[in-house]
Design a binder for this molecule. Structure first.
Ligand SMILES: Nc1ncnc2c1ncn2[C@@H]1O[C@H](COP(=O)(O)OP(=O)(O)OP(=O)(O)O)[C@@H](O)[C@H]1O
Ligand SMILES: [Mg+2]
Length: 339
């Protein structure tokens, strides 16, 4: 069963959203509604987000991404439609229960880090636990653990302003992980970072996720980022979902002309992970030696040199376990699709 369910979410901004909704139902589009003073931010969005996946919402500026996340954390109520988190229908939850659910189940990572300037790194990371009333010693121990996990040991006593952008975003990530929620919402979390740091953090998020299995909703306007880290990606345009699919499905079977145009120029070798080319590990065959295996989250570009010139496929591992194998023919079919 889906962990987060979104059904027919439609949201208009303006003085009379319900009047705008009626016009939208009569068939007016975003431009026509704007002429009547209504901003159509989301139209009939339905999504099922599964536990343990990194679900990416990708769209250009103004496509409705931030509005959609604000519905997922209950900060925004829709003009029509529902959001469910597990058994709870967020859209009708009384505000006390909504606040409790937010503290217990949702952590946010923001583009501009959203750190508390006058608190140390340690106190920033422990903040979610503090809000929940966890005792000081325990929250400090747990914060130290996550600070180490994101590679910031030694920086516990520093203030955010003394850290680089990439380091501040690690603090933001550690804070979300430390809050121990099953859902993490990340709105353009890596967008303000240099390309190299950004790519490093993408890799780290994937390996953390392979270990932790949280449910992550990741918002980005960057298609390469979406394809690299998404288990599945929803493409949003003018507040409507054009297509939801795995990176492989979006690249090889776009169902919409806009999606096809979006993905046309993507560097597939870099965008697709090995798990896009995964075939089952043959039954009965013994597990391979570690040096004969590649990581499921590596890009095709990273494994190509090891596949070229050898007959046998390579084993694919995730978090220590063999999850399948990858063969050169399959990689070639992904990189050079038939005419
Ligand atoms: N509070 C608001 N009042 C009026 N219009 C709004 C409000 N918030 C968002 N909008 C409109 O809703 C639409 C979607 O905005 P949103 O911020 O969700 O886009 P976005 O995809 O997050 O863009 P970006 O990539 O620039 O952050 C836009 O047309 C925007 O003008
Ligand atoms: Mg936004």
């Amino acid at each position: 069963m889906a962990l987060i369910e979104v059904r027919g979410l439609t949201t208009l901004f303006g003085p009379r959203p319900q009047a705008g909704l009626a016009l939208w139902r009569q068939g007016l589009d975003k431009a026509a509604l704007l002429a009547h003073g209504h901003v159509l931010a989301l139209q009939s969005v339905s999504l099922d987000i599964q536990p343990g996946e990194i679900f990416v919402i990708m769209g250009l500026s103004g496509s409705g991404k931030s509005t959609l996340v604000r519905h997922l954390n209950g900060l925004q109520r829709p003009t029509a439609g529902q959001v469910w988190i597990g058994e709870d229908e967020l859209t009708v939850l009384p505000s006390r229960r909504l606040n409790a659910l937010r503290r217990q189940r949702l952590a946010m990572v923001f583009q501009r880090f959203g750190l508390l300037a006058h608190r140390s790194v340690l106190d920033n990371v422990a903040f979610g636990l503090e809000l929940r009333g966890v005792a000081a010693r325990e929250r400090e121990a747990r914060a130290r653990h996550w600070i180490e996990r994101v590679g910031l040991q030694g920086w516990e006593a520093h203030r955010p302003a003394q850290l680089s952008g990439g380091m501040q975003q690690r603090v933001g990530l550690a804070r979300a992980l430390c809050s121990d929620t099953d859902i993490i919402l990340m709105d353009e979390a890596f967008s303000a970072l240099d390309p190299l740091i950004r790519s490093q953090l993408q890799g780290e998020l994937l390996s953390l996720q392979a270990e932790l299995g949280r449910t992550i909703v990741f918002i980005t306007h960057d298609l390469d980022e979406a394809l690299r880290i998404g288990s599945r990606v929803a493409i949003l345009r003018d507040g409507a979902v054009l297509q939801v699919g795995t990176p492989r499905e979006l690249l090889l079977q776009p169902t919409d002309a806009h999606v096809a145009a979006f993905v046309a120029d993507v560097n597939r070798a870099r965008a697709l992970r090995v798990d896009s080319a995964l075939a089952p590990w043959p039954a009965g065959q013994p597990a391979p030696a570690p040096e004969r295996a590649v990581d499921a989250d590596a890009t095709l570009e990273q494994v190509l040199p090891r596949l070229v010139g050898r007959q046998a496929p390579l084993a694919v591992r995730r978090g220590g376990a063999v999850v399948g194998q990858v063969a050169l023919d399959e990689v070639r079919a992904l990189l050079v699709p038939p005419e």
